[in-house]
Every structure is written in structure tokens, then in C-alpha cells.
Design a protein around this ligand. Structure first.
Ligand SMILES: C[S@@+](CC[C@H](N)C(=O)[O-])C[C@H]1O[C@@H](n2cnc3c(N)ncnc32)[C@H](O)[C@@H]1O
Length: 267
């Protein structure tokens, strides 16, 4: 599945605002006191997680930014401030997750990835992190909650279609979709990790027109693809929703979860 740089740029300020502060604090606290840290960012896109985490970590930082999309990697930070070194690494994480984690590392981080992966891939991640005793920070996993205001009679059908579409294959096998964060948290706890978790919902106010239109169009396309809803109903829903956005009367909340999992006998 491919993601455009324009979409990642549009969502980044909302992601930044949504990131759970308690989870970010837990990441920073776990790394505090070290003179240097090495961080692997899985599915980095253009570097949104790097930009969000870097200022919070008070140590010399070496980042490995990993993605399989060369055009996104080309837009990721190539040069960096004096206290940071950055390497961009093209890797297909479905095929070569283990290679992405080889080499020195103190933290695995990722954002907006886990809801795309299969349970099998998640288990690979848990095993590879646990054998290396590495903490894992995962931001912005969609959790299935959507609230649109004002409500429309067809919202529940659209939300059901989105959540069904979320579970289709995104390149890693059948995706965990809305179950991803809870499944990951349970799997990490079962292998001896302590987990800090918190909501990181997107909140779009009436003036956030551009991102609302983009999201609503994506949801309509997902509903169309599932075939669970007659096309005229999808068109009618999208038309009404777009009209509300244009009139400055639409607000939307989309549920996400952030977590930080660390092996219990480390700080
Ligand atoms: C929703 S974007 C999130 C990007 C970034 N983490 C962020 O928060 O802006 C998902 C990312 O996963 C990457 N991706 C998808 N499948 C991949 C794969 N098989 N190997 C490596 N990266 C992959 C995409 O290229 C994209 O950058």
C-alpha cells in the first residue's frame, strides 16, 4: 500500500497534536541519562516520528529511518542538527523486518503502521524486539472509533465499512486494523513488557476543511471497495458530509492509541 507525501504532510500537524503526552514522556524517561541513543523508526514515511520525538530526547541521537517507499525516504531528513545523525534505509519490512533491526539500537519507534500489519507480522515484531530487549514506541494506531458531528443516518454503515476495509491486506497479510494496538499491548505484556498507553485521537474542528474532505473521500472509497453499501448511498453520504464541511459545520474525531512498551527489568 502506498501513501503520498502530500497526505503525510497534511496529517503531520494533526498527528503531532494528537500524540499522547504521557506516552511521549515515558519514552523520554526511559532514555534519560544516556549520553547517546540509537533509534530505529519503522515505516518512517517522510520522518514525522523523528520530528516529533527528537526534541524530547536529551541525548546525542543516531536515527535509522526505514521505509520501502523511496520517494518518501527522499523527503525524510537527510542532514540534521549537530546532536543527531540520520540514515535513511530502504527496506521492505514485510520481507526484512529482522534486517531493519540488526545493528545497535536502544529504541524501536513507529507511527501509523501497526494497524496496517497482520497478527503474524506483529508477532515477528514482538519476538525480534524481545530477543534484543528493546523498548517499543508505537504511535497513532487507529482503534475503530469515529465520531462525526452533526450525525448522519448513514454514518454507522460507513464506519462499519471503514473498519471492515481496515482489516484487508495492506501488504503484510490480513491487517489487524482497529485491533492492532490492543493486540500489540497484550502480546508485549505476555512476554514481560510493561506498557504505558493512552489515546491519541485526531480532532478536526470545522475550520480543518482540507483534512476533513480528504478523510471523508478516503472513507467513501473504502466503503465503495467493500461493496457492503449501495453506491448511491455512499455518494449521498459523501455529498451531505462535504456540504457540511464547506458550510463550516463539520467536526470529526478519529480514535487512535499510542503506547510505549519496555522490558520490565530496564528503566
Ligand atoms: C501511514 S504511513 C506512516 C508514515 C510515518 N510513520 C508517519 O507517521 O507519517 C505508513 C508508512 O508505512 C510504509 N510502509 C508500508 N508498507 C511497508 C513495507 N512493506 N515496508 C516498509 N515500509 C512500509 C509506507 O511507505 C508509509 O511510509
Amino acid at each position: 500500500m502506498s501513501f503520498s507525501a502530500a497526505w503525510l504532510e497534511l496529517r503531520e500537524p494533526y498527528d503531532r497534536r494528537a500524540r499522547n503526552p504521557a506516552v511521549l514522556d515515558a519514552v523520554a524517561a526511559a532514555l534519560a541519562g544516556r549520553p547517546s541513543v540509537t533509534i530505529v523508526d519503522l515505516a518512517c514515511g517522510t520522518g514525522s516520528t523523528f520530528r516529533a520525538l527528537r526534541p524530547r530526547i536529551k541525548a546525542w541521537q543516531s536515527w535509522r529511518l526505514v521505509d520501502n517507499d523511496l520517494s518518501l525516504l527522499a523527503r525524510a531528513p537527510q542532514s540534521s542538527p549537530p546532536d543527531v545523525s540520520v540514515a535513511t534505509i530502504p527496506i521492505d519490512l514485510n520481507r526484512d523486518l529482522e534486517a531493519a533491526l540488526d545493528g545497535p539500537a536502544d529504541l524501536i519507534t513507529t507511527s501509523a503502521l501497526l494497524d496496517l500489519v497482520s497478527d503474524e507480522w506483529l508477532q515477528r515484531l514482538v519476538v525480534e524486539a524481545a530477543v534484543r530487549r528493546l523498548p517499543v514506541h508505537a504511535g497513532l494506531s487507529y482503534d475503530g472509533r469515529v465520531e462525526m458531528n452533526p450525525a448522519d443516518a448513514d454514518d454507522p454503515k460507513i464506519i462499519a465499512a471503514i473498519n471492515a476495509h481496515q482489516r484487508t491486506d495492506k501488504g503484510f497479510g490480513p491487517a489487524l486494523g482497529p485491533q492492532a494496538a490492543q493486540q500489540a499491548i497484550e502480546r508485549f505484556e505476555r512476554v514481560g513488557y510493561a506498557v504505558v498507553q493512552g489515546a491519541s485521537d485526531w480532532v478536526f474542528a470545522p475550520q480543518d476543511r482540507e483534512i476533513q474532505v480528504e478523510i471523508l473521500s478516503g472513507w467513501a472509497a473504502a466503503a465503495r471497495d467493500t461493496g457492503n453499501m449501495p453506491l448511491p448511498d455512499v455518494i449521498g453520504w459523501l455529498t451531505r458530509r462535504r456540504d457540511l464541511v464547506a458550510a463550516g459545520r463539520s467536526s470529526i474525531r478519529v480514535g487512535h492509541i499510542d503506547f510505549f512498551a519496555r522490558p520490565i527489568d530496564t528503566r
